[in-house]
Design a protein around this ligand. Structure first.
Ligand code: SAJ
Length: 481
C-alpha cells in the first residue's frame, strides 16, 4: 500500500518493523543525520550521494562529518542492517515509499541561490518515482521553489502528477552544526504540503524520529518562508546587537551589562484567578555582539528571500541593512586591533598578532563564512605577522587562510603583541589570564570580539584591552573603591 494512504499509527508501526523503505538524497550535514535517524527508528534507509568516496566511507562504517553521536549512530544502524549508501539513485528511489531531498542549494557569486543540485536531484528522483511515493524537500530554497521549480521537474520526468500520483512537501531542516542529532530529535519541525495527504504523511514520518512538535503550515511556500524568516529574525537581531555595541564603545558603557539588564525586562499581569503575576513571552531578547555572522544558515538565508522579493519588486531594506551591519563587524575587529596597538605605540606591520579561533562559532569545526577569514586577510594586508590557533581545527587544515597555525594555545600566545579572540570556543573561556600575561609580550593587547573576558581584570593585569561593545569602566570602579 502507498504510504500516502496509510494512517499515522500504521506508518510508525511500519517504520519500526522495517516495512518502510526511505531514500535520502544528499548525505551532507543534514542528509546524513536524517538518514541515520530514520534507520535507527527501524526504517530501511538508502542514503544516496553523487560522491563515491562518501558512499564508500559510509558503507565501511566511517562518517566524514564531525557531529556528536553520528559515528555511534552509524555503527548502530550497521548492526541492525537498516542502512546502506549508494550512488545509484534510480535503484534506490524505485524501492522507496518516501524520498527526502537534502542537497546543497548554495549561493553563487552574485549571491543568488544556485539550484543546480536540486534540479538534478529532482530529475533523477522523478525518473524512478513510483505512484504513491512521498517526496520531501529539506534543502533551503526561496519561497515558491517547491511549487514553481521542484513540482514541474518531478512531473515532467516522471509523467506523474503531484497530489494525484505522488505526495510533495517542504520540510526545512533545523539543526545547528555541532548539535544536529539533538536538534533533529527535539526541535519543532515545520511541514507545508501540496495537499493534506502529503502533509499528514510527512508529519507521521517525522514523528518516527523526533519527539519535538511538528508544526503544519498551509502550504509549501509558507514552510519555505518560515525557515527563512526565523533565520532572518536572528540575523537582524544580531545586527541590532552589533550596531548598539559599537555605540556602547563610544558611550563607554558595557553592552553585555546592558543586554543582561534589558533582557531581564518582564511585562505581564496579575492573573485574577490565582492572583499571581504572570509575565508575557520574552519582551526583550537583545542578541550578542560578535566578530561577525558566519555559518551556512544565518548569513546565507536572507539572500534566498531577497531574490524572491526582487522578483516581486518588494524592497526589504531592514534585511539588507542587517546583512551590511553584520558584514562590517570583521572590519570593526581590525579597527580595534589597530587602535589597541596604537596604545602600545606599535603599528600593525611591526606587530605579531595571535588569532584565537578560526571557526564561525564556538565549539564547532565549521569554517563556512567564518568572519576569521576576513580578519586574517585584512591584518595580513596591513603587514601584521600572524599566528593562529583553533582547538577544533587541526594544524595544516586551513591552507586557504595562509596563516601559521600553532598546535597549542600557549605556543600561539608566546611573545605576541596582541591576541584577538575571534571565536568563542569553551577552551578560550578557561584561559588563565596570568598565564596569558606571562606568555605574551611585556607590552600586549587583548581584542575580545566575543565578550569572553572581564575587561577590568585584563586592564588590572596591564593589558591594553578592546572588546566589541565592551567598556572596562564598568569593571574599574570596584578596584578604585
Ligand atoms: N552570532 C552572534 N550573536 C548572536 C548569535 C550568533 O554574533 O547572538 C553569530 C555566531 O557567532 C555565528 C553566527 O552568528 O557566527 C550564526 O550563529 P548561530 O548560533 O545562529 O549558529 P548557526 O548558524 O549554527 O545557526 C543555526 C540555525 N539553525 C538552522 O538554521 C537550522 C539557527 O536558526 C539556530 O538558531 C542556531 O543554529 C542555534 O542556535 O541552534
Amino acid at each position: 500500500m502507498s504510504i500516502l494512504n496509510m494512517k499515522e499509527e500504521n506508518i510508525k508501526q511500519a517504520a519500526k518493523n522495517g516495512k518502510l523503505t526511505i531514500s535520502v538524497v544528499g548525505l551532507g550535514r543534514v542528509g546524513l543525520p536524517t538518514t541515520l535517524l530514520f534507520a535507527a527508528a527501524g526504517a530501511r534507509v538508502i542514503g544516496i550521494d553523487i560522491d563515491k568516496q562518501k558512499v564508500a566511507n559510509l558503507n565501511n562504517g566511517k562518517v566524514y562529518i564531525n557531529e556528536p553521536g553520528l559515528e555511534a549512530l552509524l555503527q548502530k544502524v550497521f548492526k541492525n542492517g537498516t542502512f546502506t549508501a549508494t550512488t545509484d539513485i534510480a535503484n534506490a528511489v524505485s524501492q522507496s515509499c518516501a524520498v527526502m531531498i537534502c542537497v546543497p542549494t548554495p549561493l553563487n557569486k552574485a549571491k543568488k541561490p544556485d539550484y543546480t543540485s536540486l534540479k538534478n536531484a529532482c530529475e533523477n528522483v522523478a525518473k524512478s518515482l513510483k505512484v504513491g511515493t512521498l517526496v520531501m524537500i529539506e534543502s533551503t530554497v526561496s519561497p515558491g521553489t517547491t511549487v514553481n521549480l521542484v513540482k514541474p521537474i518531478l512531473e515532467q520526468f516522471s509523467g506523474l502528477q503531484a497530489t494525484r500520483d505522488f505526495g510533495l512537501v517542504f520540510c526545512p531542516e533545523r539543526g545547528a552544526p555541532g548539535a544536529i542529532l539533538h536538534d533533529l530529535r527535539n526541535n519543532t519541525r515545520v511541514v507545508g504540503g501540496m495537499d493534506d495527504k502529503s502533509a499528514e504523511c510527512a508529519i507521521a514520518l517525522l514523528r518516527t524520529i523526533t519527539q519535538g512538535k511538528v508544526f503544519r503550515v498551509s502550504s509549501t511556500t509558507a514552510a519555505e518562508a518560515t525557515k527563512l524568516f526565523e533565520n532572518i529574525y536572528r540575523d537582524v537581531n544580531i545586527a541590532l546587537a552589533n550596531e548598539l555595541a559599537i555605540l556602547c564603545e563610544k558611550l563607554k558603557v558595557d553592552m553585555l551589562e546592558i543586554i543582561d539588564a534589558a533582557n531581564a525586562k518582564t511585562i505581564g499581569f496579575v492573573d485574577k484567578a490565582t492572583q499571581k503575576y504572570r509575565s508575557f513571552s520574552v519582551p526583550c531578547n537583545l542578541h550578542t555582539p560578535g566578530a561577525g555572522v558566519g555559518g551556512d544558515c544565518i548569513p546565507v538565508n536572507p539572500y534566498y528571500l531577497l531574490e524572491k522579493a526582487d522578483d516581486l519588486q518588494v524592497d526589504l531594506p531592514l534585511v539588507k541593512i542587517a546583512r551590511k551591519t553584520n558584514d562590517v563587524m570583521p572590519h570593526h575587529v581590525v579597527e580595534l586591533v589597530v587602535s589597541a596597538l596604537k596604545d602600545l605605540d606599535r603599528d600593525v606591520d611591526e606587530s605579531k598578532i595571535a588569532i584565537l579561533g578560526f571557526t564561525y562559532k564556538g565549539d564547532v569545526d565549521d569554517l563556512r563564512n567564518t568572519p576569521a577569514k576576513l580578519i586574517i586577510n585584512k591584518l595580513k594586508s596591513l603587514g601584521a605577522s600572524l599566528v593562529g590557533f583553533d582547538p577544533m581545527i587541526g594544524t595544516g587544515k586551513i591552507e586557504e587562510f595562509q596563516i601559521s597555525q600553532s598546535a597549542k594555545l600557549d605556543d600561539c600566545l608566546k611573545n605576541v603583541n596582541c591576541a584577538v579572540i575571534v571565536t568563542d570556543h569553551s577552551e578560550f573561556k578557561k584561559i588563565e589570564i596570568d598565564k596569558m600575561r606571562k606568555l605574551m609580550n611585556d607590552k600586549a593587547a587583548i581584542v575580545d570580539a566575543r565578550g569572553i573576558f572581564d575587561p577590568g581584570k585584563l586592564v588590572r593585569m596591564g593589558f591594553v584591552y578592546r572588546g566589541i561593545g565592551r567598556s572596562e569602566k564598568r569593571f574599574m570602579k570596584k578596584s578604585s573603591t
